[in-house]
Design a protein around this ligand. Structure first.
Ligand SMILES: *Cc1c(COP(=O)(O)O)cnc(C)c1O
Length: 311
């Protein structure tokens, strides 16, 4: 079965390390990273309904946005290739040759890459910019950076819907909060969603989610069921420390699960830290969503001249 199959469910894997036994918690990992190496994790969850919407309309191509190492850019390129949809990626900043592994693969998959300055990139959601884009590429279906729109958020409900087992907490990392927003919509009253922002000042994520919820009239949403833990950003988006890299290596040795330095490394670091601090009640079951992003490791290693995992 592949990621495009409507029956596809990512595996739920129990992980056992001595700390979990000592603190009497059950930890299950929702392995969205195993869906596909390139259309990975929450990026496929967010693309799925957008692609269905594209197919319903009379569009000629998909346009989307991202940085040079973006998981979303590569996921869109690969999904476009598999669904026979022409894709255009608007990339932040100047072209750097040779292309990094993410962009070179996106190009190989047929994505047309267009570079714009960082200043122009900041205006990418304005009506003026979008109008200009539609002039240049008529009949385009535009997906925001990171796949973060309402259909993207709603696509993330499936992460929870696939889980048959009962649980008490579900943890995910957050960039825009669309994934957390979709997860939190699907919870039962006794369940809590915990978001780990990977950028500084992650408190804005609750406002983002609230804006989405207003669009779908979720006015009596119980905000007690969402918690953000904003101290695990390691300096900010795409920033890292030696402690984070050491943690990722340790976690890989303990569990056989690879994480990436931008998102999931910080997520699992938060998990271990919160368990250590006794945040979760005894005998509780915690689901951690491995949101993927492993494609970014190669580009990260080249850029930083370090090797995270042994060959
Ligand atoms: C994009 C991404 C996120 C952030 O998802 P949001 O819906 O924007 O919060 C988290 N993890 C990985 C691996 C990602 O690629």
């Amino acid at each position: 079965m592949n990621y495009r199959d409507s029956q596809y469910c990512s595996p739920l894997q129990k992980i056992e390390i001595p700390l979990f036994k000592e603190k009497e918690v059950n930890v299950l990992v929702k392995r969205d990273d195993l869906m596909h190496h390139e259309v990975s994790g929450n990026k496929w969850r967010k693309l799925k309904l957008n692609i269905e919407e594209y197919q319903k309309g009379n569009y000629k191509n998909v346009i989307t946005f991202g940085g040079a190492y973006s998981n979303h850019i590569l996921a869109t390129a690969k999904a476009g290739y598999d669904f026979n949809i022409p894709t255009i990626g608007i990339i932040r900043g100047e072209e750097t040759l040779p292309l990094n592994p993410t962009l070179s693969r996106a190009k190989e998959l047929g994505m047309q890459l267009k570079y714009i300055s960082r200043a122009e990139y900041r205006t990418k959601n304005t009506t003026a910019f979008l109008k200009q884009l539609q002039g240049e590429y008529p009949d385009s279906y535009v997906i925001p950076e990171g796949g973060a729109n309402l259909l993207g958020l709603l696509g993330c409900k499936k992460i929870v819907e696939e889980i048959e087992q009962d649980f008490d907490y579900i943890l995910t990392d957050c960039g825009t909060g669309a994934t957390l927003g979709g997860i939190a919509l699907t919870l039962q009253p006794h369940q809590k969603a915990i978001g780990i922002p990977v950028l500084k000042g992650g408190e804005f994520i609750l406002d983002e989610i609230n804006t989405y919820y207003q669009k779908i009239n979720q006015t009596n949403f119980n905000w007690e069921s969402i918690q953000l833990k904003t101290n695990y950003h390691f300096g900010g988006y795409a920033k890292h420390t030696d402690e984070l890299i050491d943690f990722m290596r340790w976690f890989y040795i303990q569990t056989g699960i690879k994480t990436d330095p931008v998102y999931t490394g910080k997520l699992f670091f938060a998990l271990i830290d919160l368990v250590q601090k006794g945040y979760f009640s005894i005998n509780s079951t915690i689901v951690v969503v491995h949101t993927g992003g492993l494609q970014g490791i190669e580009g990260f290693e080249k850029r930083k001249k370090l090797q995270i995992y042994p060959d």
